[in-house]
Design a protein around this ligand. Structure first.
Ligand code: NAD
Length: 523
C-alpha cells in the first residue's frame, strides 16, 4: 500500500487537451485526507438529513438558479478541460444537470416520502405497514472525465436531496470542473462538509473505497469497475457501477437513410466519440449498406475538427494521447483485417497531439477489435447484415449491454426488436439522448454495470428502505404465538383452507374450523 506521504506528494495537472496548456496543478489527497473528509461528512450528515426534504429541495432550486445564471461560464470551463465544443457542453452537460434538478425539485417529495403498504394477508390485516426511505449516510462518488459535470452532478443532486452527505473523487483529468460544481453547490446552501471533493488519481479513489463510506457510486471503465466490485465485496459495501459500453445501432431495411446516417455520425462523434453511449457498432441491412455507409462518409468529411472554443467546431480533441493510441490501434487492426476506410483513419498532427480524424470504416467483421472492445474515440464501424434476426444476434454478441438503437419507419417492428436486445436502454430512432431524459433510468446489463442512476430508480439507489410495522391492537396476543396443540393445528389448517382452497365449500368449512382460534389459551 502506498503511504500517505507518497500519495500526498503527488500532484495532478489539469491540461487543456486542445492546446496542451497546463491550466492548474492540484495536490492529490492522501489516505489520511480522504478519511478526514469522510469523517467530516459523517459528522455533518445528520443535520443535513434533519433539515428535512422540503428545505433540501429548496437548496436544489437555489443550485439550479445559480447554475442557470452561470451556464456559459460552466460550459466554457468544461470545454477548456475536456475539449468538447462549448455548445455540446451546454446541451449534454449543463442542460442535463438543470433538468435533473428540475426532476428532483418536482418529484423528490413524491418519491421519497413515507409510503403505506397495504397488507393482503388476513393474518396481518391488524397491522399497518410503511416504507420509510432513509439516507445511507455518506455516499462516495468516483467519476470519469468524459462528462465531468453532468455525471457527478446528477448523482450528487440525487444523493443530497435524499439526505446523504457526498464525498466526490472526480477524474484526475478534470478536477477544475468538479471545483465549479462544488462552488455552485456551496453557494446554493449545501454545507461545505456535506459536499466535499477529494482530488487525485486512482489511489485517491481506492482510499475513498477503503474509507468508512456507506455506499459508492462509481462511473468509469469495466477494468476499474471490477476492481472496485471486488474490494467492495470484501466489506459488503453497496455499489452502483456505471461502466463502459459498445453500443450497437441496428439500421433495418425500411430505415430513412438520411436521418439514420446523420444519427450515426452524431452518435459516433459527439464528444469525439468519448461517450459511454457512443454508437460503437453499426449493423445495416444489406439493401441499404452501401448507400448508408456512403452517406455517413460524406457527412463525416464535412465535420469541422478543432478547438472546442471555436463555435464552428463540430468535433474537438480527444482527452489525451494515450486514448488516441487506443483508437489508432483499433483502426490499424481493422485495416489489417480488411476493413475499408471511407473517411478519416489518421491523426491530425497539424491540430495537436490529441486530434484524430472522425473515421468511418466499412466491411468490418464481428471479430475485429473495433467491434469487440470499447474504442472510446471518433470511429464509426459499419457492417452489413442479412436480416433483423442477424442484426439482433450481432447486437447481443458482446460482453457489454449499456444501450442500443433500432432504426426503422415501422414503430411496432422497432419495438419488437428493442425488446430482444440485451441492454439497459434501447432507443427506437434515436441515439444517446436517453441520458438527457431525467425521468429515464440510466445503467447497463452484463459488463456495462450494476444499478441505475437518474430518475426514480437513481433516487432509490440513494436511500435504504426501512419497513415500519405498526400493530393496531397492542393489547392483543398474536394467534400464532406459543400454546400449540392438536386443536390449534386443525384451526390453522382451517385458516389456510379458508384463504387458499379452490372450492367455496372447503373455504367455508375452513373458516368455521379457524373461528375456534379466538378461544385458544395462550402463554
Ligand atoms: P477509469 O476507470 O480509468 O476512471 C474512472 C475513475 O476511477 C477516475 O476518477 C479514476 O481516477 C478512478 N480510479 C482509477 N483507478 C481506481 C481504483 N483502483 N480505485 C478507485 N478509483 C479508481 O475510467 P475513465 O477513463 O475516467 O472513463 C472512461 C470510462 O468510463 C469508459 O469505459 C466509459 O464507457 C465509462 N463511462 C461510463 C458511463 C456510464 O454511465 N455507464 C459514463 C461515462 C463513462
Amino acid at each position: 500500500m502506498a503511504t500517505d506521504l507518497q500519495i500526498a506528494a503527488r500532484k495532478v495537472a489539469s491540461v487543456n487537451p486542445a492546446t496542451g496548456e497546463v491550466l492548474r496543478e492540484l495536490e492529490c489527497a492522501g489516505e489520511g485526507e480522504v478519511e478526514a473528509a469522510v469523517a467530516r461528512a459523517r459528522a455533518a450528515q445528520a443535520a443535513w438529513a434533519e433539515l428535512g426534504l422540503r428545505r433540501r429541495i429548496a437548496v436544489l432550486r437555489e443550485f439550479q438558479g445559480k447554475l442557470y445564471a452561470k451556464k456559459s461560464e460552466v460550459a466554457t470551463a468544461i470545454t477548456r478541460e475536456v475539449g468538447k465544443p462549448v455548445v455540446e457542453a451546454l446541451v449534454t452537460e449543463v442542460l442535463v444537470v438543470l433538468d435533473a434538478a428540475r426532476f428532483l425539485i418536482d418529484n423528490a417529495w413524491g418519491l421519497l416520502r413515507d409510503e403505506p403498504v397495504p397488507h393482503g394477508n388476513l393474518v396481518t390485516k391488524l397491522k399497518s405497514g410503511w416504507l420509510v426511505r432513509e439516507p445511507h449516510g455518506v455516499i462516495g462518488i468516483i467519476s470519469p472525465w468524459n462528462y465531468p459535470f453532468s455525471i457527478p452532478a446528477t448523482e450528487t443532486l440525487a444523493a443530497l436531496v435524499a439526505g446523504n452527505a457526498v464525498v466526490l473523487k472526480p477524474s484526475e483529468l478534470t478536477p477544475l470542473v468538479a471545483l465549479e460544481l462544488a462552488s455552485l453547490l456551496h453557494a446554493a446552501g449545501v454545507p461545505e462538509d456535506v459536499f466535499q471533493l477529494v482530488v487525485g488519481e486512482g489511489p485517491a479513489g481506492a482510499a475513498l473505497l477503503r474509507s468508512p463510506i456507506d455506499k459508492l457510486v462509481f462511473t468509469g471503465s469495466v477494468a476499474t469497475g471490477k476492481r472496485i466490485a471486488a474490494a467492495a465485496a470484501e466489506r459488503l459495501l453497496p455499489v452502483v457501477l456505471e461502466l463502459g459500453g459498445k453500443d450497437p445501432m441496428l439500421v433495418l431495411d425500411d430505415a430513412d437513410v438520411d436521418v439514420a446516417s446523420s444519427a450515426a455520425v452524431w452518435g459516433a462523434f459527439v464528444n469525439a466519440g468519448q461517450a459511454c453511449l457512443s454508437v460503437e457498432r453499426c449493423y445495416v441491412h444489406r439493401s441499404l449498406y452501401e448507400s448508408f455507409a456512403k452517406a455517413c462518409a460524406e457527412k463525416t468529411k464535412q465535420l469541422r475538427v478543432g478547438n472546442g472554443m471555436d463555435s464552428h467546431t463540430d468535433v474537438g480533441p480527444m482527452i489525451q494521447e494515450r486514448q488516441v493510441r487506443i483508437v489508432e490501434s483499433h483502426v490499424e487492426d481493422a485495416k489489417a483485417r480488411g476493413a475499408r476506410v471511407l473517411a478519416g483513419g489518421t491523426r491530425l498532427p497539424q491540430l495537436g497531439i490529441n486530434f484524430y480524424a472522425p473515421t468511418v470504416l466499412a466491411d468490418v467483421t464481428q471479430e475485429m477489435r473495433i467491434m469487440r472492445e470499447e474504442t472510446f474515440g471518433p470511429v464509426l464501424p459499419v457492417m452489413a447484415c442479412a436480416d433483423d434476426d442477424e442484426a439482433v444476434r450481432l447486437a447481443n454478441d458482446s460482453e457489454y449491454g449499456l444501450a442500443a438503437s433500432v432504426w426503422t419507419r415501422d414503430r411496432m417492428r422497432g419495438e419488437r426488436l428493442a425488446r430482444r436486445i440485451h441492454a439497459g436502454t434501447v432507443m427506437v430512432n434515436d441515439v444517446i439522448s436517453c441520458f438527457g431524459i431525467s425521468e429515464a433510468p440510466h445503467g447497463g446489463v452484463k459488463a456495462s454495470g450494476v444499478g441505475r442512476t437518474h430518475g426514480r430508480f437513481g433516487l432509490d439507489e440513494m436511500v435504504r428502505v426501512k419497513y415500519l410495522d405498526m400493530d393496531r391492537m397492542p393489547g392483543m396476543k398474536k394467534v400464532w404465538w406459543h400454546g400449540y396443540g392438536e386443536s390449534f393445528r386443525r384451526q390453522m389448517e382451517g385458516f389456510l383452507d379458508m384463504q387458499f382452497a379452490r372450492g367455496w365449500g372447503t373455504r367455508l368449512r375452513g373458516a368455521l374450523r379457524a373461528a375456534g382460534v379466538v378461544r385458544r389459551k395462550q402463554l
